[in-house]
Ligand binder design. Structure first.
Ligand SMILES: [Zn+2]
Length: 230
């Protein structure tokens, strides 16, 4: 029972979900940083798009005003020629600015798509983390239930063997790596695995059935059975 209780305690701190949960949490924190950065960049570029649209509109408006003056045909031939000249240069400028606008818009769309993708990744990761945590909780609940059951069986036994033997058992357990009692099997101590000599064997053979017999080598309590080889 104590071995099982030790195993339960070990299992509790070594659940396979624990490192996976740790990794998922780290991944989630890194993803949150990525999302903040991506949103900031996407916002900056959206403002660039708006600025770019404004630049194009300014040139368009000016070209429209020039065109209207040209269509009205007022002013000297020289003035009209100058207007025509400026219109040609504005058209080139507009074309350049529209290329820039297109480039910035494409960049903005790519960044918006990246934000959407990161949000989806985060959602998926958060769901995976939740699954791992509920698996961990279920495993912990199983271990706790078993621990309670084994613990109550142990308490019954401790109550039945008396305080003195229970105390001796605990003392040996503390100094023997958790194993205080072991089966004497085929003349070997189940704790240290050493074979008993004939003197010890004959002493044990003549001991009363309820006498607490201990290994001379490791001092553990030896449990006699039909297979002890006595
Ligand atoms: Zn021993």
């Amino acid at each position: 029972m104590d071995t099982r209780l030790d195993q339960i305690a070990h299992a509790r701190s070594h659940l396979p979900q624990l490192p996976a949960i740790e990794a998922a949490r780290r991944e989630l924190a890194a993803l949150d940083t990525d999302i903040v950065n991506a949103r900031t960049t996407a916002g900056d570029v959206r403002r660039e798009v708006a600025k770019s649209e404004q630049d194009v509109q300014l040139v368009r408006d000016r070209a429209a005003r020039n065109q209207a003056r040209l269509d009205a045909g007022q002013g000297s031939a020289k003035d009209l020629q100058a207007l025509q000249h400026e219109l040609a240069s504005l058209a080139r400028r507009q074309s350049e600015l529209e290329d820039l606008e297109l480039e910035v818009m494409e960049r903005s769309e790519a960044l918006d798509a990246k934000v959407v993708q990161l949000d989806a990744d985060r959602e998926e990761l958060a769901a995976r983390l939740a699954t791992l945590e509920s698996e961990r909780d279920a495993a912990l609940a199983d271990l706790a239930a078993e621990e309670t059951k084994v613990g109550s069986g142990r308490a019954d036994i401790v109550a039945g063997i008396g305080a003195e033997l229970a105390e001796l058992y605990e003392k040996i357990r503390a100094s023997s790596g958790g194993l205080a009692a072991a089966e004497l099997k085929h003349r070997r101590c189940g704790g240290c695995r050493l074979e008993l000599n004939n003197v010890d064997l004959s002493r044990i053979r003549s001991a009363a059935p309820d006498e607490v017999v201990r290994c001379e080598e490791c001092r553990r309590i030896m449990i006699r059975t039909a297979e002890s080889g006595l």
